[in-house]
Design a binder for this molecule. Structure first.
Ligand code: GAL
Length: 992
């Protein structure tokens, strides 16, 4: 016989028993008892286990302890199962509303001591802030009720079940339930009680709920209060000490709006909050109020009357050890980091975060799109047949979810839009959710991307639209059809504000083209920016059998179905390290724009409403990357949306070095998220005097040779370089391969006018087909003259008639060893190439090369479609730090436009290289790695890389762009590398 909770796993009902209606998460002085800490715990492999454990006298002596909050799969070293990662796929049969009998079920028990004083409480509530996915609760052996909605708060009235002194709370949590069909978000499935559990004493005459809606209009603030309390709670007082407000309402009928003069508005840039206290004789509730008005006027989304541009991140709650368990210090630092990278908005993909996060967002300043805990993406493969979003059997569950979402967080000024969920198809239940929000909160628009035709939402939202399509969305009068829209629906969508709820997918190395999207926002005011997918990687800290730590992704826990490393697509690595893409993003969206014009610079303030009085403008002049002058520039305060022209500082132009001016807008004073001096925006101006490039001196008198000779610091045997500056070296050899990035492995082809993509062939597969990863060489000829050596090689791959001819000329020029490499593809290459470079191996020996200093673009890696964060200067790095530790090893480390570099070993200079521009003035890039691209391509995780035996220097005449084809557009044609002839010219000198 099935137990009652076993039957509940197939219930589509959102809750039962003494479950109460949703209300705000309030900071109250009423007594509360946190039930955090160890609970007794037992995990069963199925839901069909007797419920005798809920009895008061049950002996749980044989059980384990587990901390609350936590996910059981992240506790006990695998004793309680393992995390599962899927994106769209359901990790159980699609058999709604049923789930398999194999349903990990966690039983929890603990005692709690209720103080005698709690007998005075009118009611006692038991609150759960987050339990995945379905749970039932008993108090002192009696079933109180149950609920589903993992990332939502649930309160039960347990007044009738508790008693002074010892009480036993028992919980049964099922990993899978009908609710799991509504929670198919692209993330780890992590069961357990992962947010706080609290007992609340509700005083007689207490205030059950408060909503202080605010508005702002030209210096005047307005509070529209909603007080949920019985008549006995009155009089109720509202106080805002900072504004001298003290308003007493004698009866519920007296509660009325309050106008406040002289307030500073709240914005993401200037998050001005005022402390507010709402109190009755029995209870006092503390809130922080921000005054702002959100509205849509025509196709503009406005806060306080001004257009908002979202420079946003999709933020999941994820941590390598805690999973979705909230840690306030970590979350605060995470948000401060966002601010330091010019992020001004957060979409809480795809569920309400821990409620404290919104306090932090109010305080630090973010425009928040708060999303409901709803996604049914797995129904896509059924053509959305049976989708819960459109089935009346699920309506109550859908409505319960949006009500719990809005009610819990309604007081936050940072929340400027509600989102119904993500990728849940479309249907009547979503329309009903939207109608509920419109009726409940007229002060915030409703967002849901899946409403392509705009039937029930207020803004036009898309994910991963290409740059040309985005431009068409923003263009008045464009007749380009919009996705899933009739012409009339398309025309209507063009009357609304547009945003990208997801774009520039940040998986692995990439994305490219962030700047192309940003440029559109300035040209088309209907476009309101968007939210990067996504803020951080979701790696879970694991260890190999030999104890090496690594960040696990899908498949690493032996899942039956999984989606591999698609969960590692953040701008931050799992261990909080910002990737170069985040630096690129920061530079692209910087709120200060510099336009150089002759001896002046125009400084534009692109902010929403803040002027530039918080910034100082620093300048410096560098000659070949060495600072020669600098100071602060006198700039008048620029209002938001304004600009000012100021003369450039004096620039001493060098005759024999490059002269660069750098302007940095830095914080003038400490803020809550960065210290004074933090760079907010940067620009550089090249003021170098023209210099003639050293000419190529033709060498004449070539004679066939066996190629064994010494030339300056180089020694050759059989035409091949064997020693350089006394060190054994191998190469240089042609390198056309790069370890495919996640975007290179992306195989989707976009379909015009549709968000569907059809499976295509990835660049990575084409490169392998053409053998770029396994090139072989045939030496065609070796010739020498006095002081020069020339080799001609034919490079090609097994079973391919395609080839590349490589002519290398070594000569001595003014005591330096010069290498000129002419690379010329045969006819018939049909794909893009990842790179055109030469690779030189410096085998490890007594003093292995372990560092590099260079003059060129840096400090981070850069690629043709991701160059905005790169500046010209002198930089240094160890080989270990030179590349990024992407969760799946891939191409990394390329530094563009190098002029010179010095390899070092244990701090001593080893070899010096100068890179000369080609005849078109193009400079090569370079990278340095402990592994070859071929080795890197074979590793699934960093720990799978073989032991290194050499340092590999690759000098690239060109690299292919990055794009974002892992989920989005391929590399833009301008940044795609077609097979073409290239020249690389390098000069080597022994250092020291
Ligand atoms: C979107 C989805 C996100 C994530 C992303 C790809 O379709 O909304 O949750 O899966 O694609 O990483």
């Amino acid at each position: 016989m099935h137990s009652s909770t076993f039957r509940h796993v197939s219930d589509t009902a959102p809750g039962r028993g003494a479950l109460r209606a949703a209300r705000a998460w309030l900071h109250s002085d009423a007594p509360r008892i946190p039930l955090d800490g160890n609970w007794r715990f037992r995990l069963s492999p199925t839901a069909a286990v007797p419920e005798d454990f809920a009895a008061e006298g049950y002996d749980d002596g044989g059980w384990d302890d587990i901390p609350v909050p936590s996910h059981w799969v992240l506790q006990g070293d695998g004793a309680y199962g393992r995390p599962i990662y899927t994106n769209v796929q359901y990790p159980f049969p699609i058999d709604p509303p049923h789930v398999p009998d194999e349903n990990p079920t966690g039983d929890y028990r603990r005692h709690v001591e209720l103080p005698a004083a709690w007998s005075d409480a009118e009611r006692v509530l038991l609150r759960f802030d987050g339990v995945e996915s379905l749970f039932t609760v008993w108090v002192n052996g009696e079933e109180v009720g149950g609920a589903a909605g993992s990332r939502l708060a649930h309160e039960f009235d347990v007044t009738a079940y508790v008693r002074p002194g010892d009480n036993v709370v028992a919980l049964r949590v099922h990993q899978w339930s009908a609710a799991s069909y509504l929670e198919d978000q692209d993330q780890w499935w992590l069961p357990g009680v992962f947010r706080e559990v609290t007992l609340l004493a509700r005083p007689a005459g207490g205030i059950d709920d408060v909503w202080l809606r605010t508005g702002f209009d030209g210096g005047r603030g307005r509070i529209e209060p909603e007080i949920t309390a019985g008549p006995e709670a009155f009089p109720v007082t509202l106080r805002l000490p900072g504004l001298g407000v003290e308003q007493v309402w004698a009866t519920p009928a007296d509660v009325a709006p309050v106008d406040v003069e002289g307030v500073h508005p709240w914005s993401a840039e200037q998050p001005r909050l005022y402390d507010a206290i709402v109190s009755s004789a029995a209870e006092s509730i503390a809130l922080r109020v921000g005054f702002r008005t959100v509205e849509i006027r025509g196709d503009r989304f406005l806060v306080n009357g001004r257009r908002v541009v979202f420079h946003g991140m999709n933020r999941h709650e994820t941590h390598p050890e805690r999973g979705r368990v909230f840690d306030e210090a970590h979350a605060r630092e995470d948000l401060a980091r966002m601010k330091r990278f010019n992020v001004n908005a957060i979409r809480t993909s795809h569920y309400p975060p821990h409620p404290r996060l919104l306090d932090l967002a109010d305080e630090l300043g973010f425009w928040v799109v708060l999303e409901c805990d709803l996604e049914t993406h797995g129904f896509d493969k059924l053509g959305w047949a049976g989708n819960p979003s459109d089935d009346p059997a699920w309506r109550a569950a859908c409505l319960d979810r949006i009500e719990r979402t809005v009610e819990r967080d309604k007081n936050h000024p940072s929340i400027v839009m509600w989102s119904l969920g993500n990728e849940a198809g479309t249907g009547g239940n979503l329309a009903a959710m939207s109608a509920w929000v419109h009726a409940r909160d007229t002060g915030r628009p409703v967002h849901y991307e899946g409403d392509h035709a705009g039937e029930y939402t207020d803004v036009y939202s898309r994910m991963y639209a290409s740059v040309p399509e985005t431009e068409q969305i923003g263009t008045d009068g464009s007749t380009t059809p919009l996705l899933n829209c009739t012409p009339a629906q398309g025309a209507r969508q063009r009357t609304r504000p547009f945003l990208h709820c997801e774009y520039v997918h940040a998986m692995g190395n990439g994305p490219g083209a962030i700047d192309q999207y940003e440029a559109l926002v300035h040209d088309h005011p209907r476009l309101h920016g968007g939210f990067v997918w996504e803020w951080r990687d979701h790696g879970i800290l694991a260890t190999t059998e030999d104890g090496t730590p690594y960040y696990a992704y899908g498949g690493d826990f032996g899942e039956v179905v999984h989606d591999g490393n698609f969960v590692m697509d953040g701008m931050l690595l799992s261990d909080d390290v910002p990737t170069p893409s985040l630096h690129e993003y920061k530079a692209v969206v910087q709120p200060i724009r510099f336009a150089f014009d002759g001896d002046e610079v125009e400084i534009g303030n692109l902010r929403h409403s803040a002027d530039t009085s918080d910034l100082t403008l620093r300048w410096r002049v560098e000659h070949d990357g060495t600072r020669v002058d600098g100071g602060d520039l006198d700039v008048p305060v620029v209002p938001a949306g304004g600009s000012v022209r100021v003369p450039l500082p004096p620039i001493a132009v060098s005759r024999d070095a490059e002269t660069w001016l750098t302007l940095d807008a830095v914080l003038a004073a400490d803020t809550a998220w960065a210290p004074a001096g933090h760079v907010v925006a940067t620009a550089q101006l090249d003021r170098s005097a023209p210099r003639s490039a050293p000419a190529v001196r033709p060498v004449t008198g070539w004679r066939p040779s066996e190629g064994t000779l010494a030339l300056g610091i180089a020694e050759f045997a059989g035409g091949s370089l064997v020693r350089l500056a006394g060190r054994v070296v191998a190469g240089p050899r042609l390198e056309l391969f790069r370890a495919p990035t996640d975007n290179d492995k992306g195989a989707s082809e976009e379909v015009e006018g549709s968000d569907a993509s059809v499976p295509g062939v990835s660049n990575a597969d084409l490169w392998r087909r053409d053998g770029l990863d396994r090139l072989t060489t045939r030496r065609v000829s070796v010739e020498a003259t006095q002081g020069a050596l020339r080799t001609l090689d034919r490079v090609s791959a097994a079973d391919s008639a395609l080839s590349v001819s490589v002519e290398s000329v070594w000569s001595l020029v003014d005591d330096a060893l010069e290498l000129r490499v002419e690379i010329e593809p045969s006819r018939g290459w049909s794909t893009v190439w990842p790179r055109i470079g030469v690779r030189l191996a410096l085998p490890d020996g007594a003093a292995a090369v372990d560092g590099v200093a260079w003059f060129g673009l840096g400090p981070f890696e850069s690629y043709p479609d991701s160059l905005r964060a790169a500046r010209t200067g002198r930089f240094a790095s160890t080989v270990g730090d030179f590349g990024v530790d992407y969760a799946r090893p891939q191409e990394t480390g390329h530094r563009s436009r190098v002029r010179e570099l010095t390899l070092t070993a244990a701090g001593s200079e080893v070899l010096h290289l100068t890179a000369l521009p080609d005849t078109q003035g193009r400079r090569p890039g370079f990278s340095l790695s402990r592994h070859t691209p071929q080795q890197i391509a074979r590793a699934g995780h960093p720990h799978e890389l073989p032991p290194s035996t050499a340092t590999h220097l690759i000098v690239d005449a060109a690299q292919h762009g990055l794009g974002s084809r892992a989920c989005g557009p391929d590399v833009w044609p301008e940044f795609a590398l077609r097979p073409e002839s290239r020249t690389i010219r390098l000069r080597f000198t022994a250092a020291g």
